[in-house]
Structures are given as structure tokens and as C-alpha cells.
Design a protein around this ligand. Structure first.
Ligand SMILES: NC(=O)c1ccc[n+]([C@@H]2O[C@H](COP(=O)([O-])OP(=O)(O)OC[C@H]3O[C@@H](n4cnc5c(N)ncnc54)[C@H](OP(=O)(O)O)[C@@H]3O)[C@@H](O)[C@H]2O)c1
Length: 334
């Protein structure tokens, strides 16, 4: 039986997610409904993507008994409020990154999922890509020896996008794109907590971070170095350096198709989209949708690729980075 999805939000990422779903077998995945703040917008989106039901409120979507899994594709600042609505209605949920604005909010979402006994995952789609599965396999096999240093960058000029720069919309490089570099490091070190975190950043007038450099030290003298920016382009790649070799995930590291292991390159091509996309390589969203389906079929309440404990640690690391560079959101004082 197909996994029946409901989309919460009819914005840019929900569009790309819907296009990616079209690359999967319809017998496995169906989008049965979409909800937006306005019914007109939801209807327009539903028509474009051939979705049977459109709702003008998120509450209606959360109470639709036909839906197995809600995809939450709204602004970061809405993840906590709408995430709680969905989870408390007893629905499974895949929540866009960043999971929420801070550790308090993430803790509430995790607690609500446990209380309702439903599946919950932060949509760190990178981890579901076939290339990332290969990276994990290589690491598990000790293919490049002892890991000494991990480096990752992500830079994308997006100072013209309101949700990237405005504090009330959850702006800043860290929460939007830096999150991908930090989660990469945590993946390599298997969810270990860093021994130390040093973050330095440059802020915009709005008070959110334009660019940041983060250095982390892990036990046994292992280092990680992440840098990210919403002002400039960067290589957007990631390198894992070990005593016996090097693994390079070529840009875009958050949705990668090219892997280099000790100089040998392998391609992991993506399916072509049936409609123009808003973001790079978005047909790769198919892999997280399939990961969610497989978890549901196994009766899991979280994904082993992005466990809730790692989402909680990732958020703690981001809280610490924000504290060190001086980015404070209204949500931090609630
Ligand atoms: N996985 C990825 O590669 C990827 C890429 C881009 C974004 N994202 C994540 O997806 C989320 C949405 O990003 P997006 O680029 O899709 O954003 P977007 O199109 O600007 O907005 C998404 C939705 O958020 C709601 N929204 C917009 N402005 C709002 C406001 N002022 N107050 C309350 N709600 C508002 C709207 O919902 P309605 O439709 O209901 O009006 C809108 O459709 C973010 O958390 C982002 O980090 C992930």
C-alpha cells in the first residue's frame, strides 16, 4: 500500500518535494492533500501537482484520517508551532531543516512525537542520498584509516531572500545552510559530541549571521572545520581526511552526485524533474521520502540515518555557535 502524504505549506520546497515524488512509483507514494494558509493558494498548488485535496488551514490537514505522513515545508519559525499541531493530532511527520529555532523547541517536538507514539524525522535529505550511504559504508570499513580532519563549506548568495536575512523569519546562514556542514561532521563522527566548539561570525544589520566559521575538536585529537555564508559562493564541498586516504564529496555537498575516494571519482546521477525546480538537485528529495516509507514499513518511530538524538545534538551545536557569535532569536527568551 502506498504511503499517503499530506503537505503542510505550499511554498518553494513543497513544490520541489512534489516534483521529486513524481520520480517514485505511485504505488509506493501518493500525495493526497496539501494545506496552505490560503485555500486559493492550496488549490492552485494542488492543481499544478495533481493533488486530490486542498485545505485552507493546517488544522484540516492534521485531522485528515487519510494521511499517514505529513511533510512540514514551512518557514523555520513555524516548525515548532505547526509541528506540535501535527504531532499532537497523532500524525507522523517529516520536518524540514532546521528542525526548529533552538533546543527548547526541538525538545518539545521530540517529546510530542514520543507522547503520540508517531514517527518523526528532521529532513536532512543529504543523509539519504546513495552517495552518503557509500560514504558511511567506507567509514564503517575503515577505508581511509583514522579520521583526523573533516572540512565542509556551504556558501550561497541569498541576501535578496527575505527568509534568509530577516530575524523574524528565522534568517541567517547557520540555520539555513550551515546546518548541512555541521550535520556532515556529526555524521562522520557518528553522532559524537564535540569536546569544544569555537565559532566566529559576521552579522547583518538585522542581527542574523551572514557568514560563520566553526572549528570543533572531538575526542582523540580529531578536528572539524566548517564555514558557510549567505553572502558569497563557496566550494560547497566536504573532505574527510584519514591516515590512509581522503574522501571528497564534491559540491553541492548537501545533495551530492560526485564522490572522490583517493582520487577515484564516481557519479551518482539524479532523475530529471518533470517541472522546473526552485533548488539544486531537488529530485534527490525522493531518497528521504523513500527512507521515511521504509521506516514506516518497519514500524520505526525515527530514522537510523538521522536519529532524533543527533537532531537534538545538531541543534545544541547550533545554539552554541549562535551564542558565541551573538545571534539571538525571540524564541530564545520564551
Ligand atoms: N531541503 C532543502 O533543500 C530545502 C531547500 C529550501 C528550503 N528548505 C526548508 O524548507 C522550509 C521552507 O523554505 P521555502 O524556501 O520553501 O520557503 P517559502 O517558500 O518562502 O515558504 C514556505 C511556506 O512557509 C509559509 N510562510 C511563508 N512566509 C510566512 C510568514 N511570513 N509567516 C508564516 N508562514 C509563512 C508559507 O506557507 P503557506 O503556503 O501555507 O502560505 C510558505 O509557502 C525552510 O525551513 C527551509 O529551511 C529546505
Amino acid at each position: 500500500m502506498a504511503t499517503r502524504w499530506g503537505l503542510c505549506g505550499a511554498g518553494k520546497i513543497s513544490h520541489d518535494f512534489s516534483v521529486a515524488m513524481k520520480t517514485l512509483p505511485p504505488g509506493d507514494h501518493q500525495i493526497v492533500a496539501v494545506a496552505a494558509r490560503s485555500l486559493e493558494r492550496a488549490r492552485e498548488f494542488a492543481k499544478k501537482h495533481s493533488i486530490p485535496k486542498a485545505y485552507g488551514s493546517y488544522e484540516e490537514l492534521a485531522s485528515d484520517p487519510e494521511i499517514d505522513m505529513v511533510y512540514l515545508g514551512v518557514l523555520h519559525t513555524e516548525h515548532w508551532r505547526l509541528g506540535l499541531l501535527v504531532l499532537q493530532a497523532g500524525k507522523n511527520m517529516l520536518c524540514e531543516k532546521p528542525f526548529a529555532m533552538n533546543s527548547r523547541e526541538v525538545g518539545d517536538l521530540i517529546a510530542a512525537s514520543k507522547k503520540s507514539n508517531v514517527f518523526l524525522m528532521e529532513a536532512i535529505w543529504s543523509r539519504c542520498f546513495p552517495l552518503h550511504r557509500e560514504v558511511r559504508r567506507l567509514l564503517a570499513e575503515d577505508a581511509i584509516g583514522d579520521i583526523k580532519l573533516v572540512k565542509a563549506s556551504f556558501g550561497s548568495p541569498q541576501l535578496h531572500i527575505p527568509r534568509s536575512v530577516e530575524k523574524e523569519l528565522g534568517g541567517g546562514a547557520l540555520l539555513d545552510i550551515g546546518v548541512y556542514t555541521l550535520q556532515f561532521v556529526l555524521m562522520v563522527f557518528n553522532g559524537e559530541r564535540p569536546e569544544s566548539i569555537h565559532a566566529t561570525g559576521v552579522l547583518l544589520n538585522s542581527g542574523v549571521d551572514e557568514s560563520m566559521v566553526v572549528v570543533m575538536k572531538f575526542a582523540r585529537n580529531r578536528l572539524a572545520f566548517c564555514f558557510f555564508s549567505i553572502a558569497v559562493s563557496l566550494p560547497n564541498d566536504a573532505t574527510i581526511s584519514g591516515t590512509k586516504g581522503t574522501i571528497r564529496v564534491l559540491g553541492p555537498m548537501h545533495c551530492p552526485t560526485t564522490l572522490e575516494v583517493n582520487g577515484k571519482t564516481t557519479q551518482y546521477p539524479l532523475p530529471e524533474p518533470s517541472l522546473p525546480l526552485n533548488f539544486t538537485n531537488s529530485t534527490g528529495l525522493r531518497y528521504e521520502a523513500e527512507e521515511v516509507r521504509q521506516c514506516l514499513l518497519k514500524g520505526l518511530k525515527e530514522s537510523p540515518r538521522m536519529p532524533l538524538s543527533e537532531s537534538a545534538l545538531l541543534t545544541e551545536v547550533m545554539d552554541e555557535c549562535r551564542k558565541q557569535v551573538g545571534v539571538v532569536f525571540n524564541q530564545d527568551s520564551q
